[in-house]
Design a protein around this ligand. Structure first.
Ligand SMILES: [Zn+2]
Length: 387
């Protein structure tokens, strides 16, 4: 009995050792060993983690929201909940609930999302596709630190502060919360937005938050990209990516052949020099020129491998963003809408005579244009470059 027990333990120990070794090897190859993060799905065929098309944009937006510095982990948990990221049923509590603060924090501090992951105390460079930039990750960490330090000294800033400028004098628009007590004891709290009047007197009137918010909703509604259009455009983007990749890999193959050729020529040159068929000066000069040729080719290879399809990411981000607008309008709070408005209008939003106006930037402007004369093929030709 004792012997059998000992063998069994050894067997388990070996198994565990081998499993761990396998996992470590996986980590070294840049594949995260373990279940997929939220925003990724396990691809059983490649055993890799693929981007979850539906949830990844939500995770990205959570990072963006938190980076703004005005959301708490609870707010992000609510945001997740509204976007169908809830607790699973395996947790025993029946599932379908809001995430805990800690779980949100684990996501927001997870380096996996920008490409690196930690395994067995070591940082590995992942081969999975990052969904956020390192910069955004750093901004989120900075916001977290700020929130940790801040002791609620000053009053909560109002949601839409810093979004608009006064259309009359150009000063920024600020907010004031006013509490009104009625004689019957009812208490009402109103938020008004107004010009800061930092450059002198300005006669622009106050606007109630509700009125402003509904105008901003109207502005946003103009830029919703219908699901159908988004699907067509994403498919086009995939096609373009495949084409760009095949063009790039053909070019890389040619460049690699050129590098190999230079290597051969360098070898021959060295032979000539060793055999004293050419003098040292001639040898050095030709060597220098060949080496320089080689460096340029290698540089081009690096560029092609890194950048051939890099331009597609901003395009995809934008399509996802435009597609999410519908849901944002229906379900979300002001901070989330503010973020979308800033992406669309930059600093071009003004408030004048109680009316919010804005000039959309870059691709958003063309989206509106295309929507006005809606036609699917137009939409694609407007947004997918080179088509
Ligand atoms: Zn003003």
């Amino acid at each position: 009995m004792a012997v059998e027990f000992g063998m069994a333990t050894q067997y388990i120990r070996d198994l565990s050792y081998n499993t761990k070794r396998g996992l470590r090897a996986k980590a070294r190859r840049g594949e995260f060993p373990g279940p997929a993060r939220i925003g990724y799905i396990n691809n059983p065929r490649t055993k890799r983690h693929d981007v979850d098309r539906r949830k990844a944009p939500v995770v990205v937006r959570a990072f963006e929201l938190y980076a703004e510095g005005q959301s708490r982990f609870e707010d992000i948990a609510t945001f997740f909940y509204e976007n169908n990221i809830k607790t699973g049923s395996r947790s025993g509590s029946g599932g379908g609930k809001r995430w805990s603060k800690n779980r949100v924090k684990r996501v927001l501090t997870d380096t996996f999302y920008y490409g690196d992951f930690e395994y067995a105390g070591e940082i590995h460079k992942g081969t999975h596709k990052p969904i956020i930039s390192k910069q955004l990750y750093d901004r989120v960490q900075a916001a977290m630190e700020m929130r940790g330090r801040k002791q609620k000294a000053h009053k909560d800033p109002q949601a839409l502060c810093g979004l608009l400028r006064c259309g009359n004098c150009g000063c920024s628009i600020t907010a004031e919360a006013i509490t009104k007590r009625q004689q019957n004891g009812n208490v009402h709290r109103y938020v008004y937005y107004r010009c800061t009047r930092k450059r002198g007197p300005c006669a622009e009137p106050y606007v109630r938050e509700e009125a402003l918010a509904s105008q901003l909703d109207d502005l946003l509604a103009d830029f919703i990209l219908p699901q159908e259009g988004a699907k067509v455009m994403l498919a086009e983007a995939d096609k373009d990516e495949r084409e760009a990749q095949s063009v790039a890999s053909a070019a890389v193959r040619e460049l690699r052949a050129a590098v190999a050729d230079i290597d051969t020529r360098l070898g021959r040159l060295t032979d000539l020099y060793v055999d004293q068929d050419i003098d040292r000066d001639a040898y050095l000069e030709r060597k220098r020129s060949l080496m320089s040729e080689c460096r340029s080719a290698e540089g081009q290879i690096t560029l092609l491998e890194r950048n051939a399809t890099a331009w597609l990411q901003p395009l995809r981000d934008w399509i996802n963003e435009a597609q999410m607008l519908d849901g944002i309008l229906k379900n979300f709070d002001l901070p989330s809408k503010k973020l979308s408005l800033q992406k669309i209008f930059g600093s071009n939003l003004t408030l004048q005579s109680r009316e919010a106006r804005g000039v959309a930037q870059n691709q958003w402007a063309s989206l509106r244009e295309a929507k006005n004369n809606f036609n699917k093929s137009d939409l694609v030709s407007t947004y997918v470059p080179g088509r």
